[in-house]
Design a protein around this ligand. Sequence first.
Ligand code: GLU
Length: 432
Amino acid sequence: MAHTPAATVHNHSIGLQWESSPARRQSIQNFDHAAEILNLDPNTAARLRRPEKIIIVSVPVRMDDGSVEVFTGYRVQHNDSCGPYKGGIRYHPTVDLGEVAALAMAMTWKCGLMNLPLGGAKGGIEVDPLALSRDEMQSLTRRYTAELLAVLGPERDIPAPDMGTNEQIMSWIMDTYSQHAGVITPEVVTGKPVELGGSALRKEATGRGVVYCIEEAAREIGLDLSKATFVVHGFGNVGSVAATELAARGAKCVAVADVSGGYINPAGLSLEALHAHLRRHRTLADFKGGDRVAPGDVLTVPCDVLIPAATGQVITATNAPAVRCRILAEGANAPTMPEADPILLNNGVFVIPDVLCNAGGVTVSYFEWVQGGMHFFWSEAEIDERLSKLMRDAFHRVREFARSRNVSNRMAALCIGIARVDRVMRRRGLYA
Ligand code: GLU
């Protein structure tokens, strides 16, 4: 191939502050490392380091007391070479552009790794969802959707739930989009309730996928899950489902954490008691079944399987030496900082990286989009079988790459995802 000079990137017109956020730095550092392993063409790398489109919107909301608050919302569309942009929407007080851009990029690699005909995007609003009433939440969601109408669509960009968002929020997005389009358009979002054209098992999909990966990892390292102990950091949709699935396999939950705190019990926490508490309260605050510690403290509780399933950047160079698990199953996006990776590797921790471990969510989102498009819905058993197969296949492709190239599981997963996007981009060429 003829030699092509490296791309020149003109950055100066974009505010650079977000480029230095920890989440953005983490995703770029990992990407650069993977690009080096792949010997990726520098021109492709220059394109992939940046999102294709960044949208920042002001979202004014009339609050219950009559006042107006203006929130900041984002949608970052990283890459749509393989298909329409796809990715969740996060409502959290620490959401910023750097984080949304990092998560959008991760979606591109996730869809690439899983071979889905979808690209990568992410959205978010800087807001504390626990502080809003239902009406305020609805107004916020509808106005955010209205501001993004031009860039969303079943063949353009398809949101889904992420931290702080759920089926109800997806329903409001679907309704707002449909009202404006003048035609019912369920396929504009995934993670909808089943009665609105959602898919069986979408809610459980991420947690189940995490556990399918853990089963494959346990088999490889000779860990009997029915005798294993585990810890879950984050008891939301991902963490609680993974915990329930592991407990059903006989494993013992020795610590959990959510925003309210960490709860440790070496004799085992009852999943029924945790779920019962959550049905009555919004968080685990005042849960009596274990000793209370700070949420981050559960990450260093000795166990066989540790599942970070909350925010990102929680395993750092500081606490990584104290992490005492055999398998680290990244249910959350981006829980581990690049500086922590060599420490975990040195300590013999088997890392199931986020783009693989939590890919069950977007995989069943893809199933939901396909089922919606053909107006024909599969049974729970069919979806579970397809999900299990795709997750386990991806796990073994990652292990095979890691072994043959002598790289970490994280690098293997990223390389497979990036390589697929690279192949597609080469075929499509650069439109000028
Ligand atoms: N928010 C989830 C993720 O980070 C799911 C995305 C989707 O289903 O599109 O993978």
